[in-house]
Design a protein around this ligand. Structure first.
Ligand code: IMP
Length: 429
């Protein structure tokens, strides 16, 4: 029986999806990234060596498994080529293992400039984007003037689309944002060179996936960012510009929902957020600093310090609902090993009333006060543990409580950064 699993972030991103996708790839034939772009930074550590993937699916370290950059991804070809070059230099890139959808939209130099200039214009109200041009690239896709990876295969089409875009973009950049515009030749030749480099990988990937499904191949769908950053269901406007939730796996790869067997949510044992926007269980001062240092909570893409807080079970219940989660992976449990007490946010107090559902409106969420349940810490290392019943009793209690509060079973607990630092509670395949 084929198993096609969707892996999504259940929080604000940075849950450790890369590591989990890497582990699960052993049982899959194909791994598909379905949304986002190089705003993501998926970290995989194998035999002490660290890899950070921004665009290439996190299954690429398993030879013979096909990694697909799906239709819903926005691709900065310069970043992609650099990522391929790093793998080539290490002698672990097999060209036949990487496919790129012809429908995936390109991130253009003007997208990056627009992203950064707009953020500057927003001032205090900035979103805190990664500045990688993600929002403007998705805007063009929806405005029906975007340029796709497939367009790189036709010099004529690419040039015509670039010319039309530059007319509008230059006007906006110069007259509204007071930035310099672009000359067509600055972009054209560079992108044609990028096109030649990635052309062998560009395909009709939806057809490839459909054929693979008919052959009962196992497909892993790798989400980027997290549920609460979803453009429709996140804490708008402090979100990214794509559908990060499980539904995005279908639209972003061109396969039907009936082909998905299960959806697995990834959540850290505590919470973090990068960029602006409400975060009810956020900690300040020394408590936040301790989690940040212990958990190495600095952005894998931008290096920005992440905001840190207690586990938010209200947000998790929301993620369970929006994604239809069948299983939960708890990562970085070991980061809590030295704490005297640990808290879980089980509800919000808003204008004197208790809310038990997540509020996506930034104006409401920013005024929600967390209601906490407090746990005694286990104060013992969990890093080397490989079986759930060998975890300290308090750590087991903590995981069981997360299971109870979410109503979803925990299938993997991760207790360190390496591939091997995992407690597998249920075989998903
Ligand atoms: P953008 O995706 O660069 O437009 O950024 C929009 C928001 O999403 C900002 O708050 C970013 O910090 C956040 N964001 C984007 N990608 C990631 C990610 O991979 N992990 C965590 N936060 C992210």
């Amino acid at each position: 029986m084929a198993k096609n699993l969707v892996i999504v972030g259940a929080q604000w991103g940075d849950e450790g999806k890369g590591k989990i996708v890497d582990i699960l790839t052993e049982h899959a034939d194909i791994v598909v990234r379905f949304q986002g772009g190089n705003n993501a930074g998926h970290t995989v550590i194998v035999d002490g060596e660290k890899f950070i993937f921004h665009l290439i699916p996190s299954g690429i370290l398993h030879p013979g498994k096909v990694c697909v950059i799906g239709d819903g991804v926005v691709v900065d070809p310069e970043v992609l080529i650099k990522e391929i070059d790093v793998l080539k230099a290490k002698g672990i890139f097999r060209p036949e293992d990487l496919l790129i959808s012809k429908n995936a939209h390109l991130i253009m130099p003007y997208h990056k400039k627009l992203d950064v200039a707009r953020e500057r214009l927003r001032g205090e109200n900035k979103i805190g984007t990664t500045g990688r041009g993600i929002g403007p690239a998705y805007e063009d896709k929806v405005a029906r003037c975007g340029i796709k990876c497939g367009d790189l295969l036709s010099e004529e089409d690419f040039r015509a689309k670039l010319k039309a875009n530059l007319m509008e973009k230059n006007h906006y950049l110069k007259n509204v944002l007071h930035e310099e515009g672009f000359e067509i030749h600055q972009i054209y030749h560079k992108y044609m060179t990028f096109g030649a480099a990635i052309a062998p990988h560009i395909r009709n990937t939806s057809k490839f996936l459909s054929d693979a499904l008919n052959l009962k191949r196992n497909i892993l769908f790798e989400g980027a960012q997290g549920t609460l950053l979803d453009i429709d269901h996140g804490t708008y406007p402090f979100v990214t510009s794509s559908n990060t939730v499980a539904g995005g796996a279908c639209t972003g790869s061109g396969i039907g929902p009936s082909k998905i067997d299960a959806v697995i949510g990834i959540s850290k044992a505590y919470a973090t957020r990068v960029g602006e926007g409400p975060f009810p269980s956020e900690l300040q001062g020394a408590e936040a600093e301790r989690l940040r240092e212990q958990g190495g909570e600095y952005g894998a893409t931008t290096g920005r310090p992440r905001r840190c807080g207690w586990f938010d079970a209200v947000a998790l219940r929301y993620a369970v609902r929006i994604n239809g989660l069948d299983g939960l992976v708890i990562t970085k449990l070991d980061v809590l090993d030295t704490l005297d007490t640990i808290k879980i946010c089980t509800g919000y107090r808003y204008k004197g009333a208790l809310l038990d559902d997540f509020a996506t409106e930034a104006s409401v969420l920013s005024k929600c006060e967390p209601v906490y349940e407090e746990f005694e810490g286990w104060k013992a290392p969990t890093n080397g543990i490989r079986k759930f019943d060998k975890l300290p009793a308090q750590a087991q209690k903590y995981i069981k409580r997360l299971e109870e509060l979410s109503g979803v079973e925990v299938v993997i607990v991760s207790v360190g950064a390496g591939r091997e630092d995992s407690i597998i509670l249920k075989n998903l395949f």
